[in-house]
Write a protein that binds this ligand. Structure first.
Ligand code: FAD
Ligand code: SF4
Ligand code: SF4
Ligand code: SF4
Length: 461
Protein backbone atom coordinates (compact mmCIF):
# COMPACT_ATOMS: atom_id res chain seq x y z
CA UNK A 1 0.00 0.00 0.00
CA UNK A 2 2.77 2.39 1.03
CA UNK A 3 4.66 1.80 -2.21
CA UNK A 4 1.52 2.11 -4.28
CA UNK A 5 0.62 5.34 -2.47
CA UNK A 6 4.12 6.70 -3.02
CA UNK A 7 3.87 6.00 -6.75
CA UNK A 8 0.49 7.73 -6.92
CA UNK A 9 1.64 10.81 -5.03
CA UNK A 10 4.91 11.08 -6.96
CA UNK A 11 3.01 10.88 -10.22
CA UNK A 12 0.69 13.73 -9.12
CA UNK A 13 3.61 15.81 -7.84
CA UNK A 14 5.12 15.50 -11.33
CA UNK A 15 1.83 16.55 -12.94
CA UNK A 16 1.51 19.48 -10.52
CA UNK A 17 4.73 21.01 -11.85
CA UNK A 18 2.78 22.63 -14.68
CA UNK A 19 0.94 24.76 -12.08
CA UNK A 20 -2.52 26.00 -12.95
CA UNK A 21 -2.30 24.09 -16.25
CA UNK A 22 -2.49 20.90 -14.17
CA UNK A 23 -5.68 22.14 -12.52
CA UNK A 24 -7.08 22.79 -15.98
CA UNK A 25 -6.98 19.03 -16.54
CA UNK A 26 -9.39 18.70 -13.62
CA UNK A 27 -11.71 21.44 -14.82
CA UNK A 28 -12.01 19.67 -18.20
CA UNK A 29 -14.51 17.20 -16.72
CA UNK A 30 -13.95 16.28 -13.08
CA UNK A 31 -14.26 19.54 -11.12
CA UNK A 32 -17.10 19.59 -8.55
CA UNK A 33 -16.96 23.37 -8.08
CA UNK A 34 -16.09 23.15 -4.38
CA UNK A 35 -13.91 26.31 -4.44
CA UNK A 36 -11.07 24.85 -2.37
CA UNK A 37 -8.34 25.74 -4.88
CA UNK A 38 -9.26 29.43 -4.42
CA UNK A 39 -8.37 29.19 -0.72
CA UNK A 40 -5.20 27.16 -1.30
CA UNK A 41 -3.41 29.35 -3.85
CA UNK A 42 -0.67 31.21 -1.93
CA UNK A 43 -0.64 34.03 -4.52
CA UNK A 44 -4.45 34.49 -4.43
CA UNK A 45 -4.37 34.01 -8.18
CA UNK A 46 -7.47 31.82 -8.50
CA UNK A 47 -10.97 33.26 -8.77
CA UNK A 48 -14.14 31.24 -9.02
CA UNK A 49 -15.96 31.83 -12.30
CA UNK A 50 -19.57 31.82 -11.21
CA UNK A 51 -20.92 31.33 -14.72
CA UNK A 52 -18.75 28.37 -15.68
CA UNK A 53 -18.82 27.18 -12.05
CA UNK A 54 -15.10 26.53 -12.24
CA UNK A 55 -11.88 28.14 -11.02
CA UNK A 56 -10.07 30.54 -13.35
CA UNK A 57 -6.58 31.99 -13.21
CA UNK A 58 -6.91 35.65 -12.26
CA UNK A 59 -3.29 36.56 -11.49
CA UNK A 60 0.28 35.36 -11.69
CA UNK A 61 0.99 31.62 -11.37
CA UNK A 62 4.37 30.54 -9.96
CA UNK A 63 3.62 26.90 -10.85
CA UNK A 64 3.82 25.73 -7.26
CA UNK A 65 1.12 23.14 -8.09
CA UNK A 66 -0.51 23.38 -4.67
CA UNK A 67 -3.98 24.05 -6.09
CA UNK A 68 -3.77 20.84 -8.09
CA UNK A 69 -2.36 18.73 -5.26
CA UNK A 70 -4.98 19.98 -2.78
CA UNK A 71 -7.90 19.53 -5.16
CA UNK A 72 -10.15 16.56 -4.28
CA UNK A 73 -10.39 15.65 -7.95
CA UNK A 74 -6.65 15.16 -8.58
CA UNK A 75 -6.12 12.32 -6.12
CA UNK A 76 -8.28 11.27 -3.20
CA UNK A 77 -6.93 9.08 -0.37
CA UNK A 78 -10.43 7.87 0.45
CA UNK A 79 -9.48 4.71 2.32
CA UNK A 80 -7.07 6.69 4.51
CA UNK A 81 -9.68 9.35 5.21
CA UNK A 82 -12.18 6.69 6.19
CA UNK A 83 -9.66 4.85 8.34
CA UNK A 84 -8.36 7.98 10.07
CA UNK A 85 -11.63 9.71 10.77
CA UNK A 86 -14.40 7.15 10.71
CA UNK A 87 -13.71 3.53 9.82
CA UNK A 88 -16.33 1.32 8.23
CA UNK A 89 -19.31 0.54 10.36
CA UNK A 90 -20.96 -2.81 10.77
CA UNK A 91 -24.20 -3.84 9.10
CA UNK A 92 -26.03 -2.50 6.06
CA UNK A 93 -27.10 0.82 7.63
CA UNK A 94 -23.61 1.90 8.66
CA UNK A 95 -22.03 0.64 5.47
CA UNK A 96 -24.44 2.77 3.45
CA UNK A 97 -24.70 5.80 5.70
CA UNK A 98 -21.34 5.96 7.46
CA UNK A 99 -20.29 5.02 10.95
CA UNK A 100 -22.96 7.04 12.69
CA UNK A 101 -23.46 7.18 16.44
CA UNK A 102 -27.03 8.40 16.07
CA UNK A 103 -29.54 8.42 13.22
CA UNK A 104 -33.05 9.76 13.43
CA UNK A 105 -35.76 11.93 11.90
CA UNK A 106 -35.91 15.55 13.04
CA UNK A 107 -37.28 19.01 12.42
CA UNK A 108 -36.90 22.46 13.88
CA UNK A 109 -39.43 23.44 16.54
CA UNK A 110 -38.74 27.15 16.04
CA UNK A 111 -41.58 28.33 13.76
CA UNK A 112 -39.49 30.91 11.82
CA UNK A 113 -36.78 28.34 11.07
CA UNK A 114 -39.16 25.48 10.28
CA UNK A 115 -41.13 27.67 7.87
CA UNK A 116 -38.03 28.58 5.87
CA UNK A 117 -36.20 25.23 5.96
CA UNK A 118 -36.08 22.61 3.22
CA UNK A 119 -37.81 20.63 4.50
CA UNK A 120 -37.51 20.60 8.30
CA UNK A 121 -34.93 23.32 8.94
CA UNK A 122 -32.77 20.97 11.05
CA UNK A 123 -29.55 22.36 9.55
CA UNK A 124 -30.46 25.99 10.14
CA UNK A 125 -31.67 25.16 13.66
CA UNK A 126 -28.39 23.43 14.60
CA UNK A 127 -26.18 26.22 13.23
CA UNK A 128 -28.38 28.87 14.88
CA UNK A 129 -28.20 27.05 18.23
CA UNK A 130 -24.41 26.66 18.05
CA UNK A 131 -23.84 30.35 17.38
CA UNK A 132 -26.34 31.30 20.09
CA UNK A 133 -24.60 29.10 22.65
CA UNK A 134 -21.04 29.91 21.70
CA UNK A 135 -20.23 26.37 20.51
CA UNK A 136 -18.77 28.12 17.45
CA UNK A 137 -18.18 31.77 16.64
CA UNK A 138 -18.54 31.59 12.87
CA UNK A 139 -20.39 29.45 10.33
CA UNK A 140 -19.67 29.21 6.61
CA UNK A 141 -23.01 28.79 4.83
CA UNK A 142 -24.73 29.38 1.49
CA UNK A 143 -27.44 31.99 1.03
CA UNK A 144 -29.30 33.23 -2.04
CA UNK A 145 -27.76 36.16 -3.93
CA UNK A 146 -31.08 37.96 -4.08
CA UNK A 147 -32.42 38.39 -0.53
CA UNK A 148 -35.66 39.91 -1.80
CA UNK A 149 -36.55 36.64 -3.56
CA UNK A 150 -38.14 34.03 -1.28
CA UNK A 151 -36.65 31.00 -3.03
CA UNK A 152 -33.53 32.48 -4.57
CA UNK A 153 -31.51 29.56 -5.84
CA UNK A 154 -28.40 31.53 -6.90
CA UNK A 155 -25.93 30.37 -4.25
CA UNK A 156 -23.61 32.74 -2.45
CA UNK A 157 -21.25 31.43 0.24
CA UNK A 158 -21.01 33.71 3.28
CA UNK A 159 -19.90 33.64 6.91
CA UNK A 160 -22.47 34.13 9.68
CA UNK A 161 -21.20 35.27 13.06
CA UNK A 162 -24.53 35.95 14.79
CA UNK A 163 -27.55 33.61 15.12
CA UNK A 164 -29.90 35.87 13.14
CA UNK A 165 -27.53 35.85 10.17
CA UNK A 166 -28.01 32.09 9.83
CA UNK A 167 -31.62 32.40 8.69
CA UNK A 168 -30.53 33.73 5.29
CA UNK A 169 -29.02 30.32 4.51
CA UNK A 170 -32.27 28.37 4.88
CA UNK A 171 -33.55 26.31 1.92
CA UNK A 172 -31.62 24.49 -0.78
CA UNK A 173 -30.04 26.34 -3.69
CA UNK A 174 -29.94 23.93 -6.59
CA UNK A 175 -26.71 25.19 -8.07
CA UNK A 176 -23.05 24.46 -7.26
CA UNK A 177 -21.87 26.67 -4.39
CA UNK A 178 -18.09 27.27 -4.07
CA UNK A 179 -18.34 27.09 -0.27
CA UNK A 180 -14.64 26.30 0.31
CA UNK A 181 -13.50 29.44 -1.48
CA UNK A 182 -14.10 31.15 1.89
CA UNK A 183 -12.10 28.63 3.92
CA UNK A 184 -9.22 31.00 4.49
CA UNK A 185 -11.53 33.70 5.83
CA UNK A 186 -13.21 31.11 8.05
CA UNK A 187 -9.89 29.91 9.43
CA UNK A 188 -9.44 33.34 11.02
CA UNK A 189 -12.14 32.53 13.61
CA UNK A 190 -11.35 30.65 16.78
CA UNK A 191 -14.00 27.89 16.46
CA UNK A 192 -16.07 27.47 13.37
CA UNK A 193 -18.15 25.15 11.24
CA UNK A 194 -19.18 24.92 7.63
CA UNK A 195 -22.17 23.44 5.86
CA UNK A 196 -21.69 21.97 2.40
CA UNK A 197 -22.63 19.10 0.14
CA UNK A 198 -20.76 15.77 0.43
CA UNK A 199 -18.12 16.89 -2.11
CA UNK A 200 -17.23 19.88 0.07
CA UNK A 201 -16.83 17.57 3.03
CA UNK A 202 -14.54 15.13 1.23
CA UNK A 203 -12.43 18.02 -0.14
CA UNK A 204 -12.06 19.35 3.40
CA UNK A 205 -11.16 15.91 4.77
CA UNK A 206 -8.46 15.47 2.14
CA UNK A 207 -6.95 18.78 3.17
CA UNK A 208 -7.16 17.83 6.86
CA UNK A 209 -5.38 14.57 6.06
CA UNK A 210 -2.60 16.32 4.15
CA UNK A 211 -2.11 18.53 7.21
CA UNK A 212 -1.82 15.61 9.62
CA UNK A 213 -0.65 12.43 7.85
CA UNK A 214 3.12 11.99 8.25
CA UNK A 215 3.64 10.45 4.84
CA UNK A 216 1.62 13.09 2.97
CA UNK A 217 3.19 15.90 5.01
CA UNK A 218 6.67 14.73 4.06
CA UNK A 219 5.72 14.52 0.40
CA UNK A 220 4.02 17.93 0.24
CA UNK A 221 5.40 20.06 3.12
CA UNK A 222 4.31 23.42 1.71
CA UNK A 223 0.76 22.24 1.11
CA UNK A 224 0.71 20.56 4.54
CA UNK A 225 1.40 23.91 6.21
CA UNK A 226 -1.40 25.60 4.31
CA UNK A 227 -3.69 22.65 5.03
CA UNK A 228 -3.01 22.82 8.75
CA UNK A 229 -3.69 26.54 8.83
CA UNK A 230 -6.91 26.25 6.85
CA UNK A 231 -8.39 23.35 8.78
CA UNK A 232 -7.11 23.58 12.38
CA UNK A 233 -9.88 25.74 13.81
CA UNK A 234 -12.81 24.25 11.94
CA UNK A 235 -14.60 22.22 14.54
CA UNK A 236 -17.54 20.79 12.59
CA UNK A 237 -18.13 19.87 8.95
CA UNK A 238 -21.87 19.43 8.37
CA UNK A 239 -23.25 18.02 5.15
CA UNK A 240 -26.59 18.33 3.47
CA UNK A 241 -27.38 15.24 1.43
CA UNK A 242 -27.07 15.51 -2.33
CA UNK A 243 -28.09 13.35 -5.29
CA UNK A 244 -26.90 15.60 -8.16
CA UNK A 245 -26.56 19.35 -8.63
CA UNK A 246 -26.97 21.95 -11.39
CA UNK A 247 -24.64 24.36 -13.17
CA UNK A 248 -27.16 27.14 -13.78
CA UNK A 249 -30.64 27.78 -12.44
CA UNK A 250 -30.96 30.66 -14.91
CA UNK A 251 -30.79 28.16 -17.77
CA UNK A 252 -33.41 26.04 -16.02
CA UNK A 253 -35.73 29.03 -15.53
CA UNK A 254 -35.28 30.14 -19.15
CA UNK A 255 -36.23 26.67 -20.33
CA UNK A 256 -39.27 26.58 -18.06
CA UNK A 257 -40.23 30.14 -18.97
CA UNK A 258 -40.51 31.21 -15.33
CA UNK A 259 -39.17 34.02 -13.20
CA UNK A 260 -37.60 33.08 -9.88
CA UNK A 261 -39.43 35.99 -8.21
CA UNK A 262 -42.78 34.33 -8.99
CA UNK A 263 -42.00 30.96 -7.47
CA UNK A 264 -43.78 29.57 -4.42
CA UNK A 265 -42.30 26.16 -4.92
CA UNK A 266 -39.49 24.59 -6.90
CA UNK A 267 -39.17 20.90 -6.08
CA UNK A 268 -38.29 20.50 -2.42
CA UNK A 269 -38.32 24.24 -1.81
CA UNK A 270 -41.91 24.71 -0.76
CA UNK A 271 -43.60 26.75 1.92
CA UNK A 272 -45.32 24.72 4.61
CA UNK A 273 -48.72 26.34 4.03
CA UNK A 274 -48.57 25.19 0.42
CA UNK A 275 -48.29 21.55 1.25
CA UNK A 276 -50.89 21.85 3.97
CA UNK A 277 -53.18 23.08 1.17
CA UNK A 278 -52.04 20.19 -1.04
CA UNK A 279 -52.89 17.68 1.69
CA UNK A 280 -56.28 19.31 2.24
CA UNK A 281 -56.88 18.84 -1.51
CA UNK A 282 -56.29 15.09 -1.15
CA UNK A 283 -52.62 14.96 -2.20
CA UNK A 284 -50.06 13.11 -0.13
CA UNK A 285 -46.33 12.90 0.46
CA UNK A 286 -45.70 11.95 -3.17
CA UNK A 287 -46.55 15.53 -4.14
CA UNK A 288 -43.51 16.68 -2.24
CA UNK A 289 -41.32 14.41 -4.38
CA UNK A 290 -42.75 15.66 -7.66
CA UNK A 291 -40.56 17.54 -10.08
CA UNK A 292 -42.79 20.54 -10.34
CA UNK A 293 -43.07 24.22 -9.58
CA UNK A 294 -45.85 26.43 -8.29
CA UNK A 295 -46.09 30.13 -9.17
CA UNK A 296 -47.69 32.93 -7.20
CA UNK A 297 -50.57 33.04 -9.69
CA UNK A 298 -51.48 29.47 -8.68
CA UNK A 299 -49.97 27.73 -11.73
CA UNK A 300 -48.72 24.26 -10.81
CA UNK A 301 -46.65 22.50 -13.47
CA UNK A 302 -44.70 19.27 -13.63
CA UNK A 303 -41.54 19.35 -15.69
CA UNK A 304 -39.30 16.71 -17.24
CA UNK A 305 -36.40 16.28 -14.82
CA UNK A 306 -34.41 14.38 -17.45
CA UNK A 307 -34.55 17.39 -19.76
CA UNK A 308 -33.39 19.58 -16.89
CA UNK A 309 -30.41 17.23 -16.42
CA UNK A 310 -29.56 17.52 -20.12
CA UNK A 311 -29.43 21.30 -19.73
CA UNK A 312 -27.59 21.78 -16.46
CA UNK A 313 -25.89 18.64 -15.13
CA UNK A 314 -22.34 19.44 -13.91
CA UNK A 315 -20.01 16.78 -15.37
CA UNK A 316 -18.06 16.54 -12.09
CA UNK A 317 -21.18 15.25 -10.29
CA UNK A 318 -20.80 12.01 -12.27
CA UNK A 319 -17.47 11.40 -10.53
CA UNK A 320 -18.94 11.93 -7.10
CA UNK A 321 -18.55 8.77 -5.09
CA UNK A 322 -20.84 9.99 -2.30
CA UNK A 323 -24.12 8.18 -2.38
CA UNK A 324 -26.44 11.03 -1.39
CA UNK A 325 -25.40 10.92 2.29
CA UNK A 326 -21.93 12.10 3.36
CA UNK A 327 -20.17 9.38 5.30
CA UNK A 328 -17.23 11.67 6.16
CA UNK A 329 -19.18 14.56 7.70
CA UNK A 330 -19.78 15.19 11.40
CA UNK A 331 -23.46 15.06 10.51
CA UNK A 332 -25.31 14.57 7.24
CA UNK A 333 -28.81 15.97 6.89
CA UNK A 334 -31.31 15.17 4.14
CA UNK A 335 -34.93 14.48 3.44
CA UNK A 336 -34.92 11.11 1.61
CA UNK A 337 -36.16 8.56 4.10
CA UNK A 338 -37.57 11.10 6.54
CA UNK A 339 -41.27 10.53 6.06
CA UNK A 340 -42.88 8.06 8.43
CA UNK A 341 -46.41 8.50 7.06
CA UNK A 342 -48.01 9.40 3.74
CA UNK A 343 -49.73 12.58 4.92
CA UNK A 344 -46.57 14.01 6.33
CA UNK A 345 -43.68 16.05 4.99
CA UNK A 346 -41.36 18.62 6.51
CA UNK A 347 -38.88 16.34 8.24
CA UNK A 348 -35.16 15.61 7.85
CA UNK A 349 -33.06 12.54 8.42
CA UNK A 350 -29.87 13.19 10.34
CA UNK A 351 -26.88 10.87 10.72
CA UNK A 352 -24.45 12.04 13.39
CA UNK A 353 -20.83 10.87 13.39
CA UNK A 354 -19.31 13.18 16.01
CA UNK A 355 -19.78 12.84 19.78
CA UNK A 356 -19.57 16.58 20.50
CA UNK A 357 -22.18 17.31 17.87
CA UNK A 358 -24.41 14.60 19.26
CA UNK A 359 -24.26 16.25 22.70
CA UNK A 360 -25.30 19.58 21.16
CA UNK A 361 -28.17 17.99 19.23
CA UNK A 362 -29.32 16.12 22.37
CA UNK A 363 -29.32 19.45 24.21
CA UNK A 364 -31.45 20.95 21.47
CA UNK A 365 -33.97 18.12 21.77
CA UNK A 366 -34.07 18.55 25.56
CA UNK A 367 -34.52 22.33 25.17
CA UNK A 368 -37.49 21.90 22.79
CA UNK A 369 -35.60 23.28 19.77
CA UNK A 370 -35.62 20.09 17.74
CA UNK A 371 -38.27 17.37 17.36
CA UNK A 372 -36.92 13.85 17.14
CA UNK A 373 -38.50 10.55 16.13
CA UNK A 374 -37.27 7.17 14.85
CA UNK A 375 -36.58 6.49 11.17
CA UNK A 376 -39.17 4.24 9.52
CA UNK A 377 -37.37 0.96 8.84
CA UNK A 378 -38.26 -2.10 6.78
CA UNK A 379 -41.20 -0.55 4.88
CA UNK A 380 -41.08 -2.19 1.43
CA UNK A 381 -37.75 -3.90 2.10
CA UNK A 382 -38.32 -6.98 -0.08
CA UNK A 383 -39.49 -4.89 -3.01
CA UNK A 384 -36.52 -2.53 -2.62
CA UNK A 385 -34.05 -5.42 -2.63
CA UNK A 386 -35.69 -6.97 -5.72
CA UNK A 387 -35.63 -3.63 -7.57
CA UNK A 388 -31.99 -3.08 -6.67
CA UNK A 389 -31.08 -6.43 -8.22
CA UNK A 390 -32.78 -5.40 -11.45
CA UNK A 391 -31.03 -2.05 -11.79
CA UNK A 392 -28.00 -2.36 -14.13
CA UNK A 393 -24.94 -0.09 -14.04
CA UNK A 394 -25.71 2.15 -17.02
CA UNK A 395 -24.10 5.25 -18.42
CA UNK A 396 -27.50 6.90 -18.68
CA UNK A 397 -26.16 10.35 -19.64
CA UNK A 398 -23.81 8.87 -22.29
CA UNK A 399 -20.58 10.57 -21.30
CA UNK A 400 -18.80 9.58 -24.51
CA UNK A 401 -21.26 11.64 -26.49
CA UNK A 402 -20.77 14.50 -24.06
CA UNK A 403 -17.02 14.41 -24.54
CA UNK A 404 -17.52 14.70 -28.29
CA UNK A 405 -20.34 17.26 -28.40
CA UNK A 406 -20.30 19.10 -25.07
CA UNK A 407 -24.00 18.25 -24.57
CA UNK A 408 -25.70 15.58 -22.55
CA UNK A 409 -27.95 13.04 -24.17
CA UNK A 410 -31.50 12.53 -22.93
CA UNK A 411 -31.35 9.68 -20.37
CA UNK A 412 -34.00 7.35 -21.78
CA UNK A 413 -33.56 4.62 -19.11
CA UNK A 414 -34.85 7.11 -16.55
CA UNK A 415 -38.03 7.84 -18.45
CA UNK A 416 -39.98 5.37 -16.34
CA UNK A 417 -38.44 6.33 -13.02
CA UNK A 418 -40.60 9.32 -12.23
CA UNK A 419 -40.37 9.06 -8.47
CA UNK A 420 -42.58 7.19 -6.04
CA UNK A 421 -46.12 6.79 -7.27
CA UNK A 422 -47.26 4.25 -4.71
CA UNK A 423 -46.24 4.17 -1.09
CA UNK A 424 -44.94 0.62 -1.06
CA UNK A 425 -41.42 1.81 -0.28
CA UNK A 426 -41.00 4.46 2.38
CA UNK A 427 -38.50 5.68 4.97
CA UNK A 428 -35.05 4.15 5.07
CA UNK A 429 -35.82 1.68 2.26
CA UNK A 430 -36.58 4.60 -0.06
CA UNK A 431 -33.28 6.27 0.83
CA UNK A 432 -31.43 2.99 0.10
CA UNK A 433 -33.18 2.64 -3.26
CA UNK A 434 -32.23 6.24 -4.10
CA UNK A 435 -28.61 5.44 -3.25
CA UNK A 436 -28.58 2.44 -5.56
CA UNK A 437 -30.03 4.42 -8.47
CA UNK A 438 -27.45 7.14 -7.79
CA UNK A 439 -24.62 4.61 -7.79
CA UNK A 440 -25.62 2.52 -10.79
CA UNK A 441 -26.74 5.29 -13.16
CA UNK A 442 -24.66 8.26 -12.06
CA UNK A 443 -21.39 6.74 -10.89
CA UNK A 444 -20.63 3.12 -11.82
CA UNK A 445 -22.02 3.38 -15.37
CA UNK A 446 -20.40 6.72 -16.32
CA UNK A 447 -17.09 5.81 -14.64
CA UNK A 448 -16.81 2.62 -16.68
CA UNK A 449 -17.37 4.59 -19.88
CA UNK A 450 -15.01 7.37 -18.82
CA UNK A 451 -12.18 4.96 -18.03
CA UNK A 452 -12.16 3.90 -21.67
CA UNK A 453 -12.31 7.47 -22.97
CA UNK A 454 -8.87 8.73 -21.92
CA UNK A 455 -10.35 11.73 -20.06
CA UNK A 456 -8.45 12.90 -16.97
CA UNK A 457 -9.91 11.15 -13.89
CA UNK A 458 -9.10 11.52 -10.19
CA UNK A 459 -7.02 8.75 -8.63
CA UNK A 460 -9.04 7.37 -5.72
CA UNK A 461 -7.16 5.01 -3.41
C1 FAD B 1 -28.31 20.33 -5.08
C2 FAD B 1 -28.94 19.64 -3.92
C3 FAD B 1 -29.41 18.34 -4.07
C4 FAD B 1 -29.98 17.67 -2.98
N1 FAD B 1 -30.43 16.39 -3.15
C5 FAD B 1 -30.93 15.71 -2.09
C6 FAD B 1 -31.38 14.37 -2.22
O1 FAD B 1 -31.37 13.80 -3.30
N2 FAD B 1 -31.83 13.72 -1.13
C7 FAD B 1 -31.86 14.33 0.10
O2 FAD B 1 -32.26 13.70 1.07
N3 FAD B 1 -31.47 15.60 0.25
C8 FAD B 1 -31.01 16.30 -0.80
N4 FAD B 1 -30.60 17.60 -0.66
C9 FAD B 1 -30.63 18.19 0.68
C10 FAD B 1 -31.96 18.82 1.02
O3 FAD B 1 -32.43 19.60 -0.04
C11 FAD B 1 -31.81 19.72 2.25
O4 FAD B 1 -30.78 20.64 2.04
C12 FAD B 1 -31.44 18.95 3.47
O5 FAD B 1 -32.45 18.02 3.71
C13 FAD B 1 -31.30 19.87 4.68
O6 FAD B 1 -32.54 20.37 4.97
P1 FAD B 1 -32.78 21.41 6.13
O7 FAD B 1 -34.24 21.68 6.17
O8 FAD B 1 -32.13 20.91 7.36
O9 FAD B 1 -31.94 22.62 5.57
P2 FAD B 1 -32.15 24.16 5.80
O10 FAD B 1 -32.40 24.42 7.24
O11 FAD B 1 -33.13 24.66 4.81
O12 FAD B 1 -30.69 24.72 5.48
C14 FAD B 1 -30.14 24.61 4.20
C15 FAD B 1 -28.64 24.47 4.36
O13 FAD B 1 -28.09 24.07 3.12
C16 FAD B 1 -26.98 24.88 2.76
N5 FAD B 1 -27.04 24.96 1.29
C17 FAD B 1 -28.08 25.34 0.53
N6 FAD B 1 -27.79 25.19 -0.77
C18 FAD B 1 -26.52 24.74 -0.84
C19 FAD B 1 -25.66 24.41 -1.91
N7 FAD B 1 -26.02 24.51 -3.18
N8 FAD B 1 -24.42 23.97 -1.61
C20 FAD B 1 -24.00 23.87 -0.32
N9 FAD B 1 -24.79 24.16 0.74
C21 FAD B 1 -26.03 24.59 0.48
C22 FAD B 1 -27.20 26.20 3.46
O14 FAD B 1 -25.97 26.78 3.80
C23 FAD B 1 -27.97 25.78 4.73
O15 FAD B 1 -27.07 25.54 5.78
C24 FAD B 1 -30.08 18.31 -1.74
C25 FAD B 1 -29.61 19.64 -1.59
C26 FAD B 1 -29.04 20.30 -2.67
C27 FAD B 1 -28.54 21.71 -2.49
S1 SF4 C 1 -1.67 27.49 -6.37
FE1 SF4 C 1 0.32 27.72 -7.36
S2 SF4 C 1 0.04 26.59 -9.28
FE2 SF4 C 1 -1.99 27.02 -8.53
S3 SF4 C 1 -2.59 28.95 -9.48
FE3 SF4 C 1 -1.73 29.44 -7.49
S4 SF4 C 1 0.39 29.87 -7.94
FE4 SF4 C 1 -0.39 28.77 -9.71
S1 SF4 D 1 -12.78 20.36 -7.59
FE1 SF4 D 1 -12.65 22.12 -6.21
S2 SF4 D 1 -10.45 22.35 -5.81
FE2 SF4 D 1 -10.65 21.07 -7.64
S3 SF4 D 1 -10.58 22.45 -9.39
FE3 SF4 D 1 -12.72 22.21 -8.87
S4 SF4 D 1 -13.17 23.91 -7.48
FE4 SF4 D 1 -10.94 23.72 -7.55
S1 SF4 E 1 -23.53 15.27 -6.62
FE1 SF4 E 1 -21.62 15.14 -5.49
S2 SF4 E 1 -20.23 16.45 -6.66
FE2 SF4 E 1 -22.29 17.02 -7.27
S3 SF4 E 1 -22.81 18.71 -5.89
FE3 SF4 E 1 -23.63 16.82 -5.00
S4 SF4 E 1 -22.03 16.19 -3.58
FE4 SF4 E 1 -21.11 17.65 -4.99
Amino acid sequence: MKLQEEQIIDQHIRLAKSGFAALKKVTGFSCCGCGLCVSICPLKSIAFDDVKKQPALSGKCNQCGLCYLGCPRSFLPLSKIDAQYFGTGAGEEQQRLGKFIDFFVSRSLTPGIYQEGTPGGTTTAIVHFMLENGAVDAALLTRGKHPEVRYCMHPLPYIATAPDEVLASAHSKFELSPVLSLLEELSGYERSLFVGTPCHIIAFRKLQLIGSDTFLRDKMPELAQIAEKLTARITFAISINCFLNHTSMDKAYAWLGIDEKDLLRFNENVSKDLYEKAFAAGKDWRWFFRNNYVSKDGTERDYDVNQLGVLVLPSGCLLCNNLIVSTQADASIGFYGAETGVKEVGWNTITIMNNDLKKIVDEMVAAGKLARKPVLRGFGRTLRICLEKLIPALDVMRVKEYLKTGSWAYPKPLKLAKGPRKTYILGLELLFLGQTIRKKFFYDGPLKALKKSGVFLPTVY
